[in-house]
Ligand binder design. Structure first.
Ligand code: HEM
Length: 425
């Protein structure tokens, strides 16, 4: 695999730049498969659609996840699990998140969207300043909490679960071999564990929430058949779904509002596509989400480890190589996406507007380890936007200057706004 010149890496290091800048340079200079010496050994950056597809979908067993740091928070939950354990856990959860399993959550998603819309109506009446990012986090957390427990998220639990965001924030800076947590991280993990313990205990008592039994009940029922589903694994699965299922959706919706602030006509066009509730309007709103996920795929890098020696796109990759699949850079490849920096939801509604090639668009990953919650995330995003877009336009007091590239790619600061009356009915 061609490697980026050591002098370029030195210049980047001396300049104190972001990792994404170095990766962007490697892609620009060397193309869709490039080696970069970030650590002592070269890391292989995978951005070309062919190579992406190979690593994630065609040879997934050869390229494994090693989620050392994340395990501190999510333990053996689905996102980090491997081998037979992963297969069993995935099979059980998969049925809950597709087809008829998904239908069970429709009413809960709609209820969470209505609750958020009522809060926004309150902000519009009072004229108070609120943080759009915080609002989106609250909505996404409420939605996944309802799916898991059958209860709307109450204020006390919401407060305790701010610990999840706090741990996610510091995870990338912890040593890769961290086996235990200390200080604030340990305190935050204890708060998360307490919430999880309570929710698991309620599910064990076969308690159904006001919205019916939650997904946790399905896991508890499974523990009757599979001894592997100990209280520890139930906790890990619960925390995994909370983490994977809210941070990503919340940042996507926040980016969407920041993009609409710069491109107000995109909102008007989506609303003009058809009346409220029409399939045309829904399709246009979906395109807003899809284009936001192209520019800001919240899971911007997908790390893998080569378990065996292999050939990728004609190049030899030795066993033991660390790889980074990077949807963020694939989505900004000008050969796949003309004028890639331009926000243009029309790419997803115009025939031929997006590349037909597999591996050119992967906000939810690809292959067997692709996102479990794809449908859930899209439904909840569209449900909320269908309520908010016609009624409110946030006017930002200030907007974040750029992006922070941590576990997810997020706006690098708060997004305080007030609600003004929309310019159109
Ligand atoms: C995995 C993105 C929402 C649950 C993934 C992966 C991506 C992703 C890229 C694959 C990671 C890899 O290959 O290394 C997103 C985005 C979301 C979103 C962009 C929102 C816009 C959700 C939601 C849930 C969820 C709402 C739960 C309800 C999961 C789980 C996995 C996963 C459990 C691990 C699957 C496995 O390893 O078998 N997600 N996700 N995600 N996601 Fe999502």
């Amino acid at each position: 695999v061609p490697e980026l010149d050591a002098a370029e890496v030195e210049r980047w290091r001396a300049g104190g730049g972001e990792l994404i800048e170095l990766l962007g340079l490697a892609r620009e200079r060397l193309g869709g498969l490039a080696a970069v010496r970030i650590g002592p050994e070269p890391t292989v950056l995978v951005t070309g659609p062919e190579a992406v597809q190979h690593v994630l979908a065609r040879k997934p067993d050869g390229y494994v996840k090693r989620s050392h740091r994340a395990r501190l928070l999510i333990g053996d939950g689905l996102l980090a699990a491997t081998g037979d354990a992963w297969k069993r856990q995935r099979r059980l959860l998969q049925s809950q998140f597709t087809g008829t399993g998904m239908r069970r959550y429709e009413r809960r998603i709609a209820a969470a969207a209505r609750t958020a819309a009522q809060r926004w109506a309150g902000y519009a009446r009072s004229g108070e300043v609120f943080d759009v990012g915080e609002e989106m986090r609250r909505f996404a957390l409420d939605t996944i909490w309802r799916a898991l427990t059958g209860h709307p998220l109450d204020d006390a639990t919401a407060h305790e679960l701010t610990a999840v965001a706090a741990v996610v924030e510091v995870l990338p800076s912890l040593p890769a071999d961290a086996v235990g947590a200390r200080g604030q991280v340990a305190a935050d993990l204890a708060r998360i564990d307490a919430v999880a313990r309570q929710a698991v205990a309620a599910a064990r008592e076969r308690e159904a929430g006001p919205e019916g039994p939650g997904l946790l009940r399905v896991l508890v029922d499974a523990s009757d058949t599979y001894p592997e589903y100990t209280d520890r694994l139930l906790r890990d699965e619960l925390v995994t779904l909370l983490v994977a299922g809210h941070e990503t959706t919340a940042t996507t919706l926040t980016w969407l509002y920041l993009l609409l602030d710069r491109h107000p006509s995109a909102r008007e066009e989506a609303l003009a596509a058809g009346p409220e509730g029409s399939p045309e309007r829904r399709e246009a709103v979906q395109a807003l989400v899809a284009e936001t996920l192209r520019l800001y795929p919240s899971a911007w890098i997908l790390p893998r480890h080569a378990a065996v020696a292999d050939t990728v796109a004609g190049r030899a990759v030795p066993a033991g190589t660390d790889l980074l699949v990077c949807p963020y850079l694939t989505h900004r490849d000008p050969e796949l996406w003309p004028d890639p920096e331009r926000f243009d939801p029309g790419r997803f509604t115009t025939p031929g507007g997006r590349p037909g090639r597999q591996g050119a668009y992967l906000p939810f990953g690809m292959g067997p380890r692709a996102c479990l919650g794809t449908q859930f995330a899209l439904r909840e995003s569209v449900a909320l936007l269908e309520l908010l877009l016609p009624r409110h336009v946030p006017v930002f007091d200030s907007v974040p200057a750029g992006a922070a590239y941590g576990l997810t790619v997020r706006p690098d600061g708060p997004a305080p706004a007030r609600l003004a009356a929309p310019s159109r009915g």
